[in-house]
Design a binder for this molecule. Structure first.
Ligand code: SF4
Length: 420
């Protein structure tokens, strides 16, 4: 106990020393209007209410096996067809009944309408990183648009999916946040992004030839935990074995959140050991209240407590995402404070991913200098925190969430353009 107090006092001293020594000017999120704002007095406004109420057409990926059978029975078709259709969809990544030779021609139209309506249509596909990254913009049934990004690495291939059209969380550094929440995606609209990526991987669309999709991260447009029930159903479709779902490993799926604490607690009880990523970006409420508006409801302490509880419930190490923004959140004293906040909740339960922000010339949202990044990472590691700088794939193709949709809406990119 005495020893623990001694360690705490030492780190408290070094934290205040660091704060005193920090002579760099500090920029605040409020120093300019939010990214993508259309007028200079714009303020980030949190919203949980979708602008659109419509629902995507029902699809087999919305349903479990029993639900699919019931739909076919209601159409007067035998239930075993549900398994056939599901295998086409989840094993062969085929969604067009006219390509399913074992489904009688006379049934295909009815099946297509009831269980396989077309949900996502490609608007733009851009390649970067020598063809190892593909970013797609999809149009949904009602004209809403969302993005997904497919990235090939030496040991894995990862898809970043969207869970909402727009987002109500209003983070001032994020173009999607300024669009507001258009609507929640349906389960099948999320799952169909994954099926498209599975087919692209198999068909060798990424440089390096045919491969398998190994990882999915919910880090595209939207706050996944604000569309909770739908996202949990999508997780089941990703994880459950065929013909129920794709049979992916839960360990290779990451759900990212800005900090909806009650939903984190609920997710911990779902019995699915997916990885939780917390977009923290600041270890102090003073800055995080401005940087991540949802922090006005759930503070840093509550969020880290929920993240720690998630680790205890699932055994999955939590990822802390930390975008390093020049002169805003990248001071060494903040690295020390972050390390202290994590260490006081235990050791080995968390991994920090500092992410150099995509540089925005002339904006306050600019990447930290290399030396600031290095000092930040060193301080975390010196305090025993597992830390790795995250790769920023696709920064030359509007890599951050929402930027591509904004660029198309602004007319900066032609629809159908093939390469960055
Ligand atoms: S950073 Fe994520 S949570 Fe925040 S506004 Fe953008 S999409 Fe929403």
């Amino acid at each position: 106990m005495k020893e623990a107090r001694g360690a705490h006092e030492r780190s408290a001293t070094s934290l205040s020393d660091l704060q005193r020594r920090s002579s760099r000017r500090e920029v605040r999120p409020t120093d300019q209007p939010p990214e993508g704002a259309t007028h200079k007095d714009a303020k980030p406004v949190l919203s949980f209410t979708a602008k659109r109420r419509g629902k995507a057409p029902s699809h087999l990926a919305d349903l479990d096996a029993a639900g699919r059978k019931q739909v076919l029975k209601d159409l007067g078709m035998p239930g075993f067809r549900a398994d056939q259709l599901s295998r086409h969809y989840f094993t062969h990544f085929e969604a067009d009944p006219s390509n399913m030779s074992d489904i009688p021609a006379g049934m295909r139209e009815a099946v297509s309408g009831a269980l396989l309506p077309k949900l996502v249509t490609k608007v733009v596909s851009l390649e970067a990183d020598g063809g190892r990254t593909i970013k797609d913009l999809w149009r949904l049934y009602d004209g809403a648009q969302v993005e997904s990004v497919l990235m090939r690495y030496p040991q894995r291939t990862t898809l970043c999916v969207s869970s909402q059209a727009g987002c109500g969380m209003a983070c001032p550094f994020c173009a999607t946040g300024q669009m507001g929440l258009t609507r929640n995606l349906s389960t099948a609209e999320i799952v169909d992004q994954v099926r498209e990526a599975q087919a692209s991987c198999r068909d060798g669309k990424l440089a390096g030839g045919s491969t398998a999709l190994s990882n999915v991260v919910f880090m595209g447009m939207g706050e996944p935990l604000a569309n909770y029930k739908t996202v949990v159903a999508a997780l089941h479709r990703l994880i459950d074995p065929a013909p129920e779902g794709f049979g992916m490993s839960a360990r290779n799926i990451t759900v990212s959140t800005v900090g909806l604490v009650p939903a984190i607690k609920k997710l911990a009880g779902e019995g699915m050991p997916v990885t939780l990523a917390v977009s923290l970006h600041a270890p102090d409420d003073d800055l995080r209240d401005e940087l991540i508006p949802i922090n006005s409801r759930w503070k840093v302490g509550e969020l880290l407590d929920a993240a720690r509880a998630y680790f205890l419930a699932t055994g999955r190490r939590v990822s802390i995402e930390y975008a390093l923004i020049k002169d805003m959140n990248d001071q060494e004293w903040r690295a020390q404070l972050l390390a202290d906040e994590l260490n006081k909740r235990g050791h080995g339960w968390v991994h920090v991913n500092p992410i150099p922000l995509n540089p925005t010339p002339g904006s306050i949202w600019t990447a930290s200098t290399r030396s600031a990044q290095e000092a930040f990472v060193k301080r975390l590691r010196d305090n025993g925190i597992a830390t790795s700088i995250r790769d920023t794939r696709g920064s030359d193709i509007d890599g951050a969430c929402g930027q591509l949709a904004t660029a198309v809406a602004d007319g900066k990119r032609a629809v159908g353009e093939g390469r960055a």
